[in-house]
Design a binder for this molecule. Sequence first.
Ligand code: ATP
Length: 234
Amino acid sequence: MLELDSISCGYGAFRAVHGLSLTLRAGEITGLLGANGAGKSSTLMCVAGHVALQEGRILFNGEDISLLPVARRVHAGIAIAPEGRRLFKDLSVEDNLRIGGLIHPAADFRRDRDRVLDLFPRLAERLPLPAGNLSGGEQQMLAIARALMARPRLIMIDELSLGLMPKVIDLCYQALERLRSEGLAVLLVEQNTERALAVADHICVLESGRTVWTGSAALARGDATLASAYLGLH
Ligand code: ATP
């Protein structure tokens, strides 16, 4: 579904990611791992169109989207739950969802809303509340739900479990597995490497913007050198 063909991206003359190649298929979860500053968020934001692509190509369902503006990428089926969630905190939960679905006819809103509430039933009881009043876990659910309102084929989630309680992390991961079973491609950035390794089909490990490991998560789980050198696992 998504092919990153040797992409480099960054800010002005600064290069945050060097020559990353990655293929994502429908119905698979890919974990993008690495320490702080490795270039994970920059990669996601580059695919979404917010960070400048400096070299290489981005193909989405075979179409070269490298030069498409953000809105066209959303219409093509790419959505992001960004780092820090970036919710509209003074607006209600329902209005945050409405904004996520603005690219579709207003008449579709209820159906799309009910579909994401089925995935995150907790949000159903909180629809009239300001998003800023939700717990951290509920805010993360809302960020994912808002992204899903656009009916993406690829969803990118930055730091899914950061600061959340284990029970809530479980709920978010269950939702991800359901999205995978529905045929979405998921690109997941995680500091919680054990969680990501447990759920992902493939992983890619970045260090200082360069790819140090890419392959199946099953292989990664069995690679002791990778686990201790780059993933902080023993
Ligand atoms: P983190 O988990 O800390 O977000 P990350 O792996 O997502 O880490 P990025 O946020 O992509 O890493 O950062 C990669 C590099 O790009 C870092 O050196 C960072 O300082 C730099 N960078 C990130 N955002 C900007 C920006 N807006 N302007 C300039 N440099 C930036």
